[in-house]
Design a protein around this ligand. Structure first.
Ligand code: SF4
Length: 347
């Protein structure tokens, strides 16, 4: 995999399903450019801006998730096969490709991806072969990212559907919609990778199912549930982000005067779309927030909004106070002092 010249000293990470899915949900050109270049916001925040990005995932939640996923796929995915058979769908022959599960050995991953593609294509051309494939990588053509969908399951005579295993609790109608949505989006990245593969081979696109199967945690004897959800919207937005990759990189290069993405100036030349939603979802949040404050695009956010609301001060009045308008009462005086101090500190 060749490294894009715009990366400079940054490492090409390829991003994977999670990163590609995240970039497709935002209107932020800066974040989309990182995805197009195959670098994570974490790497840029750390290497370019010297920020320490804390891992926000609790070790307990990560261990729970890994245990659940392992439980579903261990012993040649015996539990997964039972789930399919319990739901009246046929699944018996399982192919486990990556016995080492060593995702750091890049050459091995490329070799396994080629092996997986041969099995996927064989079924698409001739039918037959395994019903389920687990532990395998697949290459996303446009940016060469190596994705690892949790599994593929055969549908119809020659088709495939992507599946994701998540330790989110399935509570029927009360299941966390945001989490389910992000799982579908990750599955959609795998679907898009398969679509690029079939296009390369000029095979019919309907051999790739646009639905995704989610295996979720469920209380009860089986301990898991199987849900099938449409992923059409997610597929479209991921395709659009990937198709814009080359355009995004050349725009970034023009904005930065040809400089590579490894300097603060080059990154700051790419427009951001900072908003409260950036916190907890993008490692660049503090960097972009600082820029927004320094440029006067942002006067307050987070808890500050609640404080203004409690004081009965509107957004327009807050902007006027921060810009120097005379306070008319003690509350305004107090808030103005805080806002001006915060603004000055961010410059
Ligand atoms: S923090 Fe927000 S604005 Fe900044 S790069 Fe990430 S998504 Fe874009």
């Amino acid at each position: 995999m060749s490294k894009h010249p715009s990366l400079g000293k940054l490492d090409h990470e390829g991003l994977g399903a999670r990163g590609i899915a995240a970039a497709s949900t935002t209107d932020c050109q800066r974040s989309q450019t990182f995805a197009a270049a195959g670098v994570s916001a974490v790497q840029v925040a750390e290497k370019v801006f010297g920020r320490v990005v804390p891992n926000r995932e609790s070790p307990f939640a990560m261990a729970t998730g890994m245990n659940f996923e392992h439980g579903i796929t261990k012993h040649e995915a015996a539990k997964l096969v039972l789930l399919y058979q319990g739901s009246g769908r046929f699944a018996t022959k399982v192919k486990v490709l990556d016995l080492t599960n060593d995702t750091k050995d890049h050459d091995l991953q490329l070799q396994l991806a080629a092996e997986a593609e041969a099995i996927i294509l064989d079924r698409m051309y001739h039918g037959g072969g395994p019903d389920v494939i687990i532990q395998f990588p697949i290459v996303m053509r446009p940016n060469q990212a190596l994705l690892r969908p949790d599994f593929l399951v055969a549908v119809g005579e020659r088709g495939w559907r992507v599946g994701e295993v998540k330790s989110y609790l399935d509570r029927d109608g009360l299941t966390d919609g945001y989490k389910v949505g992000s799982a579908v989006r990750q599955a959609a990245a795998g679907i898009v990778a398969l679509l690029f593969l079939v296009r390369e081979h000029q095979l019919p696109e309907d051999l790739v199912d646009t639905k995704a199967d989610l295996v979720l945690l469920r209380h009860g004897q089986e301990g898991a549930s199987l849900r099938t959800l449409g992923a059409e919207a997610e597929i479209l937005s991921i395709q659009e982000t990937l198709e814009r990759s080359a355009e995004l990189l050349s725009e970034a290069s023009a904005l930065a005067g040809g400089a590579s993405l490894d300097s603060e100036e080059a990154v700051q030349a790419i427009p951001h779309a900072y908003g409260p939603g950036c916190h907890g979802t993008c490692a660049m949040a503090e960097v972009c927030r600082g820029e927004a404050m320094a440029n006067g695009q942002l006067l307050f956010d987070g808890a500050g909004v609640a404080a203004l609301g409690l004081a009965g001060i509107s957004g327009a009045r807050a902007a006027a106070l921060a810009a120097g308008a005379k306070a008319e009462n003690a509350q305004e005086e107090h808030m103005a002092k805080h806002m001006r101090r915060g603004w000055a500190a961010s410059k």
